[in-house]
Design a protein around this ligand. Structure first.
Ligand code: GSH
Length: 204
């Protein structure tokens, strides 16, 4: 049995955890279950994905999971308690609030929530929030190539996942700097390996 079992289909935020596990060279079992399925409810009462089993513990929330893995394996993160880590966590928080937040709001009002709860105008407001966040992301990147400068870290993985999500949601990214950054992150061998593993599921 491997140390890690990841629950969640790669077309969800589970991809973030797959990518991180690949970055760290960790072996993992993958259970590509859908949100709110019995399989997921058995390991997480909220029914949300991803969930990561670590020994006897079941961890939820993709960003907490990827930061936990980075800390545990001492890679792709500044150490806890340093100024660099506080700055890094600031980038992570910004991405959760303004980038993941706007994409998730649009998804809820497009297909996640039942029709009677959807407000069409909310999608447009989310699109505007996302567009503003892209300008903020470009500022945060500065000289780059990554948010913290030369080293790829947790918030870069999160940003790049959100940029792929934006593409499938047809949210425009006007900034060429941000588009090039997303491509740079997704060119990493670990992301390619995660995509290959996801594609294997389709063949099974
Ligand atoms: N903050 C959580 C959000 C998890 C989440 O909402 N996941 C979606 C799939 S990407 C889900 O399970 N949705 C089903 C639902 O909300 O009931 C995370 O980052 O893991």
């Amino acid at each position: 049995m491997t140390d890690y079992t990841l629950y969640g289909h790669p077309q969800s935020r589970a991809m973030r955890v797959m990518w991180m596990l690949e970055e760290l060279g960790q072996d993992y079992e993958l259970v590509p279950a859908k949100p709110q399925s019995e399989e997921i409810r058995a390991v997480s009462p909220a029914g949300k994905v991803p969930v990561l089993r670590v020994g006897a513990a079941f961890l939820s929330d993709s960003v907490a999971i990827i930061q936990f893995l980075a800390d545990r394996h001492e890679a792709l993160t500044a150490p806890a308690g340093t100024i660099e880590r506080a700055v890094q966590d600031g980038h992570t928080q910004f991405l959760c609030d303004e980038v993941d937040g706007s994409l998730w709001t649009a998804a809820k009002h497009a297909f996640v929530w039942p029709e009677e709860m959807r407000v069409p105008e909310a999608k447009e407001a989310a699109r505007i929030e996302f567009s503003r966040a892209m300008a903020r992301l470009e500022e945060r990147l500065g000289e780059g190539p990554y948010l913290a400068g030369s080293d790829f870290a947790v918030p870069d993985l999160l940003a790049a996942h959100c940029l792929s999500w934006a593409k499938s949601a047809k949210f425009e990214v006007e900034s060429e700097v941000v588009t090039a950054y997303g491509k740079r992150c997704r060119a990493r061998p670990a992301f390619r390996r995660a995509l290959e593993r996801a594609a294997e599921l389709g063949k099974g």
